[in-house]
Ligand binder design. Structure first.
Ligand code: KG4
Ligand code: ZN
Length: 334
């Protein structure tokens, strides 16, 4: 079975084809980062229009590259920006109608959650997943396909959002997360002492707005030199990573699981990947990651999640319907 996946929930146009026998056979990604950079964040209307511009030529290229028949089309139906989601949904549904194949609208975070399964030696259910993106910070107990128990989530900003806002404060270009991580590499640890939010409280929820504010206060009090910028970026990254690592360990302990699967854009952060691998390895557990380009938004994760659900016989009613908000634990198995 071959499934075409379409991702357009935010500022990346992703298209891919997953084949049950051959794995990923085609995969293309276009990032709108350059388009939004001058505004310091994603402009929803520009995002929708750019998806319209890019999606059709990308689909033509990817289907030619994959060759052969497509058996089903999976697309991101939410959560995300409404106009951007509508582009993917309308194109997916129209193609499915034209090709007379089933279509299925998917939850964007389910795509992220399963992305590590595209790697060699994939994780097996059950596992705990740390989902860290621009819109979400979640710890999830993953019992099987579509069976997700949210263990903890952010009470305010998502960790990626905190990275982006702190980067903006330090005058770094959009998208801020990777730029801040790069700058942090040139900084010294320990010069600024930033809080580790929610670590002193029991439970698995997160909060990142206090850390963001503490970084802002420290920046405003500093001499704003290049060295201070790098040192503060380093302190911010250390505090965010420390919080994510310690809560992840706590989640493994509470559930009795030994496998952690990281997903979402912040999962591309090299220091987070190394720190988590060391900490979980020390406890006898194992951590799985998607390759860095499959941590951020992409079509491959949607093609793969769609393949798993469609192989199990799932398709949906046929309307063009998207959801800007969609709690992950409302999903069900195929
Ligand atoms: O999953 P994603 O591509 O989009 C959402 O669904 O939100 O995640 C994007 C987020 C942004 O906040 C971006 O700054 C962050 O992931 N990000 C990073 C890194 N690469 C991307 N944050 C920290 N370090 C990175 N290397
Ligand atoms: Zn995402």
């Amino acid at each position: 079975m071959r499934v075409l996946g379409i991702e357009t929930s935010c500022d990346e146009t992703g298209v891919a084809v997953y084949d049950g026998d051959q794995g990923l056979v085609a995969n293309a990604l276009y990032s709108q980062a350059g388009l939004h950079a001058r505004y310091g964040g994603v402009v929803p209307e520009l995002a929708s229009r750019d998806h319209v511009r890019k999606l059709t030529p990308m689909l033509r290229e990817i289907t030619a590259q994959a060759g052969g028949r497509i058996d089903g089309i999976a697309y991101t139906a939410g959560p995300g920006l409404v106009g951007a989601l509508m582009v993917g949904a309308a194109v997916a549904r129209s193609l499915a109608y034209g090709w007379q194949v089933p279509a299925l609208g998917l939850h964007h975070m389910e795509g992220h959650l399963l992305a590590a399964m595209l790697e060699p030696d994939p994780p097996q259910f059950p596992f705990v997943s740390l989902l860290v993106s621009g819109g979400h910070t979640l710890l999830v107990d993953v019992l099987g396909l579509g069976v997700y128990r949210v263990l903890g989530e952010t009470l305010d900003d998502a960790v990626g959002e905190a990275f982006d806002k702190t980067a903006k404060l330090l005058g770094l270009p959009y998208p801020g997360g990777p730029a801040l991580a790069k700058l942090a590499g040139a900084g010294r640890s320990g010069r600024f002492d930033l809080p580790r939010p929610m670590l002193d409280r029991p439970g698995l929820d997160f909060s990142f707005s206090g850390l963001k504010t503490a970084a802002m206060l420290a920046w405003n009090k500093s001499d704003k030199s290049a060295a201070s910028r790098a040192d503060l970026a380093c302190a911010f990254e250390d505090a965010a990573i420390d919080t994510l690592v310690r809560k992840s360990l706590r989640a493994l302990q509470q559930t009795g699981r030994t496998t952690l699967v990281v997903a979402g854009g912040v999962g591309a952060n090299r220091k987070l990947r190394k720190t988590l691998a060391d900490a979980i390895g020390e406890c006898g557990g194992r951590v799985h990651y998607p390759r860095p380009e499959f941590c951020t938004d992409n079509g491959s994760m949607i093609a793969y999640a769609g393949y798993l659900r469609m192989k199990a016989g799932e398709s949906d009613s046929g309307g063009i319907c998207v959801r800007t908000r969609w709690p992950l634990d409302q999903l069900s198995p195929p």
